[in-house]
Write a protein that binds this ligand. Structure first.
Ligand code: HEC
Length: 91
């Protein structure tokens, strides 16, 4: 068998696998950011304590709480913004 052909085939296989892997990661990321504020709130704010209900605090209080809880919950700015929008809208 031709050694060069075998190597070429292997190279193509590696390139295809890496591409699939990279695209897989990229689409996972969009899935997370597609979540709504309500969903992110329900999934994240119950991990350490009961999720505080939207009327429990006013808009200004939610802004401050978000700064503190963003660090604790390791959320991105975008995720926290969505949660705050939901909490303000529902209070
Ligand atoms: C990693 C754990 C953790 C996560 C996740 C978390 N919190 Fe907290 N939260 C705490 C701790 C600990 C306290 C109490 C101490 C403090 O205020 O720093 C607290 C306190 C609070 C308080 C104050 C309660 C009161 O009655 O004074 C609010 C409101 C709050 N969290 C909202 C949220 C929201 C909204 C989220 C989701 C974005 C969230 N938390 C996610 C750990 C967490």
């Amino acid at each position: 068998m031709n050694k060069h052909k075998l190597l070429g085939g292997l190279l193509i296989l590696v390139v295809v696998l890496v591409t699939v892997w990279v695209i897989g990661c990229a689409s996972n990321k969009t899935l997370v950011t597609e979540k709504s504020g309500a969903q992110l709130w329900g999934e994240n704010c119950v991990r350490c304590h009961n999720a505080p209900s939207p009327p429990a605090f006013n808009d200004y209080q939610w802004e401050t709480i978000a700064i503190h809880m963003r660090v604790r919950a390791s959320l991105t700015d975008e995720e926290v913004q969505k949660i705050v929008e939901f909490l303000k809208m529902a209070n």
